[in-house]
Design a protein around this ligand. Sequence first.
Ligand code: NDP
Ligand code: MG
Ligand code: MG
Length: 341
Amino acid sequence: MATIFYDKDANLDLIKNRKVAIVGYGSQGHAHALNLKDSGVDVRVGLHAGSASRKKAEAAGLRVLSVAEAAKEADLIMILIPDQTQRKVYEEEIAPALTKGKALFFAHGFNVHFKQIQPPADVDVVLIAPKSPGHMVRRQYQDGRGTPALIAVQQDATGQAHALGLAYARALGTTRAGVLQTTFKEETETDLFGEQAVLCGGAAALVMTGFEVLTEAGYQPESAYFECLHELKLIVDMMYEGGISWMRHSISDTAEYGDYTRGPRLVNEQTKAEMKKILKEIQTGAFAREFILENQAGRPMFLAMREQGKEHPIEQVGRKLRDMMSWIREAKKDSSDPGSR
Ligand code: NDP
Ligand code: MG
Ligand code: MG
C-alpha cells in the first residue's frame, strides 16, 4: 500500500523559516504562490522580463523579481515554468544562485529524471506535484479543502528534504487531502504514460475517430458531437465519483451490454501491445529525446499538429454547439483566471 501523508505529518514551521521563490506564474505558479502566501510563507515570484503574467502577480499583492534575483534571495526555489523552458532558465538564472543547503523544488520530474537539469549534490531536490490543474489547487485551498499531491525526494543534502517537502505540501493545502509518497522516476513515467495513452492522446483520438465514423456514415455532425464528445464528461464524472461499476450502474442496461461486448473489441490485445510500446519509449527516454529535439528545432511538427487539430470538423461544430449552452460559456469565462487552463 502506498504511504500517504496528511496535515498531522507536516510541520508548517519548516517552510515558514524559509524564503521561497516561485518561478513562473501560470497554471501551477499562481496557485502555489497565493496558497503559500495565505499560509503565512515569505513568497516572492520570479518572472522573465516582458512577462505577461507579471501584472497579475503584482495585482495579487505578490513581490515580483527577475528569476535570477528571486533565486538568489530565496533558499527554496520552486520551478513552475513550462517543462521545455526549464533547462535554459535553470542554467542561466537559477544554477548560479544554488548555494549549499538551498532547496530546489519541482511539480513534475521530467527535467530531473531525464537529466536535463542536474543540480549540485549539496542542495535538496524535491517534487511536490498536485494531481490537479492550478485553478483547482487554488480554489480548493480557498474553500478550506485541498487537492491530492505526490511527494518525492531525489536528493537529501540537508537531511531535512522530506520534512521540508511535507511542509511545502501543507502550505499548499495538499496535505488536507493526502500526499502520496513516490519517486521522480515513477511520477515522470506514469504521468507521461497516463497523458499519452489514456487521458489526452487516447481520449482525444477515441472521440475524434468516433465522430468521423458517424459523420462519414451520413449522420449530422451535431448528433455525432453530442454522442462522442459532450456526453463523455457525464460518463467520466460518474467514473470519477464511484469507479467504473458505478458508471455502469447508472447507464441503461442497453448501454452496459454494449460496453461489455464492444469495448474490448476496440481496445484489444493489439491496443494493449501498442500501449506497452508507448511505455517503453517513455522508460528508455526515447520520447523525452524526441520532445527535446522538437523543441530545439523550434517546434515545427508540434505547431503544425496543433493547427491541424484545430481544423478538425468536430472543433467547428463544437464551437457552435457550446455557444448554445450557457453554463459552458460561463465555466469558460471562469477559467480565464490567471493561468488556469
Ligand atoms: P504554465 O505554462 O502555466 O507556465 C507559464 C508561466 O511560466 C507563466 O508565468 C510564464 O510567464 C512563465 N514563463 C514561461 N517562460 C518563462 C521563462 N523563460 N522564464 C520565466 N518564466 C517563464 O506552466 P504549468 O503551470 O502548466 O506547468 C508548470 C510545471 O508544473 C511543469 O513542470 C508542469 O509539468 C507541472 N504541472 C502542471 C500541471 C498543470 O495542471 N498545468 C499539473 C501538475 C504539474 P509569461 O506567460 O508571463 O511569459
Ligand atoms: Mg503531465
Ligand atoms: Mg446515448
